[in-house]
Design a protein around this ligand. Structure first.
Ligand code: T1G
Length: 674
């Protein structure tokens, strides 16, 4: 196998080319090769300047994440960057694709940087629970100032070549198709220019006000995460001491994060998300069906959101409703959503018109006859859905994929209502469908491999993370979520309070608790609507019109800004139920509440694995991160269970009389993990 680093001399310029597919990760061979090449250039008297570029789709996309957690191998990236910067001959980075993390830091060690217009640079380490550990937190503020350094390191989104040029992080934007030639020409131009601009020799100007404003503006986003604050401390250190002092702070903060559970969880999720896209039994050469035109049935909240995903990706959508008024309302909401996004700078007005131009509203199902994919998002009633699939079977062209957005109904029954069950699949979007990233792809018993492969591959272009689920009630996410309802009610009956239970979940990092979520969705969802029939606490609330936020009272009372406060009336209702049930009141620790709520979900996750509904535990974790707001720094319910110990989960379940899934018990007894 050829070495990942190749060198040559072109017009007196030492050209270093890396080739380490798929993303030129800076693994040990790449680092060692780069280090040796820089030394070789230094020792070669014919060499006047150096250019570093990468083959393949991108410049170095960072350190090799698969090496993390293993004993570090020398040279470390920090040392390689130091050697580059110390070179007595100018080193030019030639950037295309995404120069990320350690890749960005390599460019910052270079004396000059040129990039193609489409290039991006960034330091996304914080998304792995880390920070730029090869000098990035010290060199970015010295070149581009504290403000941009805070954004790049503590938030971690890449910036465009243009923005980098404006900030001084890039010296020149070159031709999209002439990167190497332009970089060599640039290197020859600066070959004799001295002194060489070394970032480490610059000073960063303190800006305490910017730091405070940044912390304040992002407090909600950073809640629960360790890494953002560590990044901020490093950037602050860049303005208060020597470069070496700053590097020492960076190194110490990096080591602490690397040893922590948060980064382990976030690195696990990096690979889990990518693994989820792979379906084990789909051969790599499975052909996908072209999706050039999509039909969506139902212009309500889900239908509208689903349509936006395709319009935003430039795929024409025909949206169907049964009544003109509902159709107009649905199209109006789509336009409003886009216009609001445009106001926030996400789209230009032209782009909004272009996307709306791809939308064809209609009252006729027949207009879906030439669609490649048809997704129904009508209300959840099996008879109505089966009738619809029967109609689609007659209308849709051969080879069209027929999908249901059902969140729990049996996709196999819908498939059997057609003569083409192989073309039927579930595509369960999460509300708001144009925002939530998760797409549960429900594989029916007869769904064909190319249909599954096509829908899985469609996720990325429409901005979704797809996870395959087999057919069962509630698929992966909702099935597990349903497991925490009964234990929560049981704790209420023993004296716990709704706000107490919710606080445990929000402290844990969930966006909201059980009762806050019930109030948002509507306490009356699924209620039998008979105020005289009071069998559960929920019945009692619904009978009193406590339907949640929409009636400004539910499990909580709400002010005009929808801020919740605990309700005396609800406490009375719960106490009434408890006393009638003769259940003794008792105190609960937060840990107990957490285990009582989450262990049954983990247990259900184990059953989901046993039944083959989910391919792997990391798929379940991906569902919870992208569909239910589970805090990524805890790595999903299955990963979390591994971190606290499966034996502890089993003990907690047994204590609450919950039958333990055999897979979970076996793993716990063997000291194993999901
Ligand atoms: N290390 C190892 N493998 C990586 C990798 C990396 N840095 N980046 C990607 N891969 C694998 C990935 O798992 C997948 O594998 C394949 O490459 C394609 O990736 C010291 C500490 C570059 C924008 O965080 O954001 O530098 O599934 O499907 O959608 O300061 O990958 O095919 O087997 O994502 O085109 C910082 C991480 C590291 C960037 C391309 N860098 N990568 O996206 O492809 S920490 C990052 C990405 C660091 C230093 C620190 C994206 C991408 P497989 P993909 P893509």
């Amino acid at each position: 196998m050829s070495k990942p680093i190749q060198t040559s001399i072109v017009d007196g310029v030492f050209l270093i080319v890396a080739n380490n597919p798929p993303v030129n990760a800076l693994g040990i061979d790449v680092r060692a090769g780069l280090d040796a090449a820089i030394q070789q250039a230094a020792d070669d008297a014919n060499v006047k300047a150096v250019v570093i570029r990468c083959d393949g789709r991108t410049f170095f996309a960072g350190a090799d994440i698969t090496e993390f957690g293993k004993p570090p191998l020398a040279p470390g990236l920090g040392d390689v960057v130091t050697r580059i910067e110390a070179s007595e001959k100018p080193v030019v980075a030639a950037i295309h694709g995404t120069a990320l993390g350690g890749g960005c830091e390599v460019t910052l060690g270079c004396h000059y940087r040129v990039a193609v217009p489409s290039a991006k640079i960034g330091t996304p380490e914080v998304k792995l629970g880390l920070l730029p550990g090869a000098g990035g937190t010290q060199r970015i503020p010295r070149i581009a100032g504290v403000k941009l350094a805070l954004e790049m390191t503590a938030i971690g989104d890449p910036i465009s070549a243009k923005k980098a040029l404006d900030a001084g992080l890039i010296d020149m934007i070159v031709g999209e198709d002439s990167l190497e030639a332009d970089a060599i020409a640039f290197a020859r131009e600066v070959a004799d220019k001295r002194p060489l601009p070394r970032a480490s020799e610059k000073n960063a100007t303190a800006d305490p006000q910017a730091v405070e404003e940044f912390k304040k503006a992002n407090a909600r986003k950073f809640r629960g995460f360790d890494a953002p604050a560590a990044n901020i401390r490093c950037v602050e250190a860049s303005t208060s001491g020597s470069f070496a002092d700053g590097i020492a702070v960076e190194r110490a903060e990096f080591r602490k994060l690397m040893a922590g559970t948060q980064s382990a969880a976030q690195r696990y999720m990096f690979f889990a998300e990518r693994q989820a896209a792979k379906v084990d039994d789909i051969p790599a050469d499975t052909e996908r069906r072209p999706i050039k035109k999509v039909g969506v049935i139902g212009a309500g909240t889900m239908g509208g959101g689903i349509s936006m995903n395709f319009l935003t990706a430039g795929i024409p959508v025909t949206i169907v409703e049964t009544a003109q008024e509902a159709l107009d309302r649905g199209v109006g909401v789509i336009r409003k959503n886009y216009e609001n996004s445009a106001k926030r700078g996400r789209f230009t007005a032209e782009k909004v018109e272009q996307m709306m131009g791809l939308l064809t509203p209609t009252l006729s199902l027949d207009d879906l006859k030439d669609c490649d994919l048809i997704i129904e998002a009508i209300y959840e009633n099996m008879d109505v859905k089966k009738e619809l699939f029967g109609k689609l079977d007659a209308i849709a062209k051969p080879g069209a994929i027929l999908a249901s957005n059902t969140s729990y109904l049996n996709v196999n029954e819908m498939a059997d209502a057609t003569s083409r069950p192989g073309d039927v699949i579930g595509m369960h979007f999460f509300s708001p469908a144009n925002v939530m990233k998760l797409l549960e792809v429900v594989r029916g018993a007869k769904t064909s491999l190319d249909v599954l492969a096509t829908v899985m591959a469609l996720a990325k272009p429409i901005g979704k993370v797809a996870v395959v689920s087999g057919v069962c009630n509630g698929f992966i996410g909702n099935r597990m979520l349903a497991q925490r309802g009964a234990p929560a009610t049981q704790m209420l009956m023993q004296g716990a309070r709704p706000e107490q239970i919710d606080k445990v979940l929000t402290d844990f990092g969930m966006p909201m608790g059980v009762y806050q979520m019930s109030d948002l969705a509507g306490v009356d969802i699924g209620w039998h609507r008979d105020p005289s029939r009071i069998e559960t606490i929920r019945d009692a609330l619904a009978a009193k019109g406590r339907w949640g936020q929409k009636t400004r009272k539910g499990w909580y009372d709400y002010d005009e800004n929808r801020n919740p406060t605990p309700s005396a009336e609800v406490a009375e209702i719960i106490e009434d139920f408890r006393s009638k049930s003769n259940q003794a009141r008792r105190d609960f620790t937060d840990d107990e509440i957490l285990g009582t709520l989450l262990y049954p979900m983990v247990n259900e996750g184990a059953k989901i694995l046993e039944e083959g509904i989910a391919q792997r535990a990391s798929d379940i974790d991906t569902v919870w991160i992208y569909g239910y707001g589970w805090p990524v720094y805890r790595g999903g319910p299955m990963f979390w269970a591994n971190t606290i110990g499966l034996d502890k989960v089993v003990a907690g379940l047994e204590q609450n009389g919950v039958p333990v899934a055999s897979k979970l018990r076996e793993l716990a007894e063997a000291g194993g993990q999901f």
